[in-house]
Ligand binder design. Structure first.
Ligand code: NAI
Length: 453
């Protein structure tokens, strides 16, 4: 069977590429060994947000002024059923999209048997497929460090907490205070569980501004979590329901903590194992495929997008943007998406978001900047909803006044950040944002308010 384009992986990168290619008149075959939707839809962004929704509602019973509710409880199985329904609804949307686009979806593991500048041969489910181009969108898998006991029952990855009914734990030790660690901490804290976070670096959420990490650490501690940075986990032992983690704390002292389960959330690694014949695939780096801005690898007929790409930001919206650019590059069009402005969002309570450069990054690059910071206590909606004391900070170029970056710790930060992304992408100044009327009272006023001060 001959196609213009073969795609390996049916996550946000893969199905977006298939949709764009098909809408541009290409014949497309998409290989997916598991379920359409990939990590994001089946065991990542979407299930965590569904569980956050339920767990936040549960928590709000205890924290909303004037609400008196006795014997409020949660039904863990029902929460997971609702999450599975939400995932199912969205997955069937992707299936319908592929059907409508007349994309041939092959539900089998695909491996390349031959590749050259002219195209690729792919085998899957006992059939052979030829295509002029291949996009590898095979995503990533949890990366588990070689800690003694890390394979024991009772030690989980985020997949285990999100799939097959999850784990109803009253206490959880989280190794790795990154995005997954912090979002899972929020879910379990909302449900009243005891949470311990053990982070190797000197603050949680290492790529984020240190100040954001300090705020989140404070919020977690207020909720009763134990947040430990600069610690080295040495061993895990025990059985499900009674696990012990041994670690060395930042003072070099040996410590232990106990919990019903242990989550390992120490990052994810590219998932390209078994796709190319030994020694024949594109150039790779630490197991991920190396590519240029458009996603083109060292073999010109092969592109890579999303988590399988080396030195990539592992985010669903980055994979989607790269999908649009890779398809455009294959078609010989200009790249449609600006990859210089990438918002990152963390769905903790309150939410966290960041886009563009931080003040420290500007200093390190020698860019003279002005920084403005607005505490959320100045916003009517934040006062009404009694949100935690967060802030919105912007960084502007001292000479031109153009917005270079924004960091937000506030309700709806993950939505508000897009206004800043748009402004940065189009070279707008803070004054230009402030000149646009923002409705009152709204969280969106945080955007205009910080630009006014
Ligand atoms: P991550 O890279 O965000 O965080 C891993 C953390 O584990 C780091 O803070 C690291 O210093 C720490 N760590 C590594 N080894 C350790 C050890 N032995 N002991 C203690 N700490 C250790 O990775 P994470 O959280 O697993 O997420 C994977 C990817 O998925 C990330 O790239 C993330 O951006 C993406 N993701 C994005 C979400 C979002 O956009 N809201 C949600 C969930 C995941």
């Amino acid at each position: 069977m001959n196609f213009d384009l073969a795609i390996i992986g049916g996550g946000p990168g893969g199905y977006t590429a298939a949709d764009h290619a098909a809408k541009n008149g290409m014949s497309v075959v998409l290989f997916e060994a598991d379920l359409l939707g990939g990590t994001c839809l089946n065991r990542g962004c979407i299930p965590t947000k569904a569980l956050l929704h339920s767990s936040e509602a549960f928590h709000s019973f205890h924290s909303t002024p004037g609400v008196k509710a006795e014997n409020v409880s949660y039904d863990f199985a029902a929460m997971h059923e609702y999450k599975a329904n939400a995932v199912g609804t969205l997955r069937s949307g992707v299936e319908k999209l592929m059907k409508g686009d007349k994309v041939t979806v092959v539900n089998a593991f695909a491996h390349v048997t031959a590749c050259s500048e002219q195209g690729v041969t792919v085998e899957a489910g006992g059939e052979t497929y030829e295509a002029a181009h291949l996009i590898v969108a095979s995503g990533s898998v949890p990366s588990v460090p070689p800690i003694e006991g890390s394979k024991l029952p009772g030690v989980y990855t985020s997949n285990d907490l999100l799939e097959n009914g999850g784990k109803d734990l009253k206490s959880l030790i989280i190794i790795g205070g990154g995005v997954i660690g912090c979002e899972c901490a929020s879910i379990y804290l909302n449900l009243g569980a005891q949470v311990v976070i053990l982070e190797a670096l000197d603050h949680i959420l290492p790529p984020m501004d240190r100040e954001i990490a300090q705020r989140l650490t404070m919020f977690f501690k207020k909720r009763g979590a134990s947040v430990n940075a600069s610690c080295k986990v040495t061993a895990i032992e025990g059985e499900p329901g009674n696990m012990t983690v041994h670690y060395t704390d930042k003072a070099g002292k040996e410590q232990t903590c106990t919990g019903e389960g242990v989550l390992i959330a120490t990052g994810r690694r590219a998932n390209v194992v078994g796709i190319f014949p030994e020694g024949q695939g594109p150039e790779s780096e630490r197991g991920a495929l190396v590519a240029d801005e458009a996603g083109k690898t060292s073999i010109p007929s092969i592109y890579v997008i999303g988590d399988a790409k080396a030195r990539n930001i592992q985010l669903a919206h980055v994979a989607e943007a790269q999908a649009k650019n890779a398809v455009a590059a294959i078609l010989g069009h200009e790249l449609p998406v600006d990859m210089n402005v990438v918002p990152s969002c963390i769905y903790t309570s309150p939410e966290i978001a960041s886009v563009g450069l931080t003040e420290d990054e500007c200093k390190a690059k020698g860019i003279a900047v002005k920084a403005k910071k607005l505490p959320t206590g100045a916003n009517a909606k934040c006062v009404i909803e009694q949100s935690e004391s967060g802030y919105v900070k912007i960084v502007t170029d001292a000479a031109s006044g153009k917005l270079l970056g924004a960091q937000l710790v506030c309700p709806r930060a993950t939505d508000l950040v897009s206004e800043f992304a748009l402004a940065i992408s189009h070279g707008m100044t803070a004054e230009q944002i402030a000149s646009v009327i923002h409705p009152h009272p709204t969280f969106s006023e945080l955007v205009s308010q910080v630009c006014e001060i």
